[in-house]
Design a protein around this ligand. Structure first.
Ligand SMILES: [Fe+2]
Ligand SMILES: [Fe+2]
Length: 375
């Protein structure tokens, strides 16, 4: 059977540099960004507690609430440069490769420039966490409306509170401990807009709980492991405890729902997952940071696309270590003759299909960090 090559993100080629760069000029507004939310609000008269897995998660959420104002010590003095430099060893190999590029824009950089780069990257990363948390807040409120299951409405309501707290603590850390904010990354906001604009209730879970929160859990885990800054470390540990429940909520709900879908419907979910993965890959290019450092976005984009197939590429490790195994758990990797498996193979990330669970993941990250530091 001859299959027509599908197009993703409206691009003829997912690595199209012009298309990736074009996203940077999208205007998401100075103060507010209205975006259409689609899907029906579903009332259910079936109040029976039929889903023990979700009920258990709901009970756990009720007793695991924490207070961002009083459970964290906001009087802790923070040296942003010191925090930023804790992340540096993980990027050492990447920096070296970039400096070795013919005509490399960073060839002349010394410790001073790389330190400034790390400070900007920290501001950028924390800013994207903040914006992503707001995305989660809005998506989870949408799930309260659109899910047909009472147990899921109960649980989603607790997640709304969790996400409000996450927005609050990241915002406060950025405002009071760091020096500089970044606006939302276009690839991240485009993905969140897609999630909110999709009328199918399960797509909110797919986009947010599986893809965005899967990435967040991996990213928080990495930062939590390397930082010695006590306020940030505790903040991340608390946030991660919540996020682990959120991802579990997505997996539990979708496992049940996907078991009843047709091959065509499953294929739509696979395509959505793949597009979301591409968006998040683009997001990690940090164009704004490079630009702040005087480096052309095009050069960076081409370099990063070229690095894609490299083993232990910092992108792939952060992005796919959680997403690929979760897609496998949901049966999405191998549905429809392994369509998504083939796509993930094409972009060189299938090796993460059996990646460790969250508990072991941090150790995996540590190993990767060591590899990178060793070059
Ligand atoms: Fe969150
Ligand atoms: Fe979350």
């Amino acid at each position: 059977m001859v299959e027509t090559e599908p197009q993703f993100l409206g691009r003829d080629d997912v690595d199209n540099v012009e298309a990736i760069l074009a996203d940077d000029s999208i205007d998401f507004g100075e103060v507010v960004h209205p975006t259409p939310a689609r899907g029906e609000a579903i009332f259910t008269w079936d109040y029976e507690r039929a889903r023990p897995g979700l009920a258990k998660l709901y009970e756990k959420a009720k007793t695991s609430q924490w207070n961002g104002s009083s459970d964290l010590d906001w009087s802790t003095p923070v040296d942003p440069e010191r925090v930023a430099l804790e992340m540096a060893p993980a990027a050492a190999m990447f920096q070296q490769r970039m400096a070795e590029l013919p005509g490399s824009p960073v060839a002349s950089w010394g410790p001073k420039e790389w330190t400034r780069f790390q400070v900007e990257a920290l501001n950028w990363r924390m800013s994207q966490f903040l914006h992503g948390e707001q995305g989660a807040l809005i998506c989870t409120a949408k799930i309260v409306n659109t899910t047909p299951w009472i147990d899921a409405k109960y649980y989603a309501a607790t997640q709304v509170m969790d996400e409000a707290r996450h927005v609050e603590v990241f915002s406060r850390y950025l405002d009071t401990k760091l020096e500089g904010h970044y606006p939302v990354n276009p690839a991240l906001q485009l993905l969140i807009d897609d999630i909110i604009g999709d009328p199918r209730w399960d797509m909110t879970y797919m986009g947010m709980q599986i893809m965005v929160e899967g990435l967040a859990l991996a990213a928080f885990g990495f930062m939590h492991q390397v930082t010695e800054e006590p306020l940030l470390k505790k903040l991340l540990r608390y946030v991660m405890a919540d996020e682990a429940r959120h991802v579990a909520f997505g997996v539990l709900s979708l496992q049940e729902y996907y078991a009843g879908l047709s091959a065509t419907e499953l294929r739509e979910r696979q395509e959505f997952a793949f597009e979301a993965a591409l968006r998040m890959r683009d997001r990690l290019m940090m164009h704004r940071v490079w630009e702040a450092m005087g480096v052309d976005r095009r050069t960076v984009t081409e370099f990063l696309l070229g690095m894609r197939r490299m083993r232990n590429n910092p992108f792939q490790v952060a992005l796919f270590s959680k997403i690929v195994p979760n897609c496998k758990k949901l049966g999405l990797l191998d549905a429809g003759d392994g369509w998504l498996r083939d796509r993930f193979t094409d972009i060189g990330v299938i090796q993460f299909e059996d990646a460790a669970d969250t508990g072991e993941e941090y150790e995996t990250f540590d190993e990767v960090a060591k590899d990178r530091a060793a070059g």
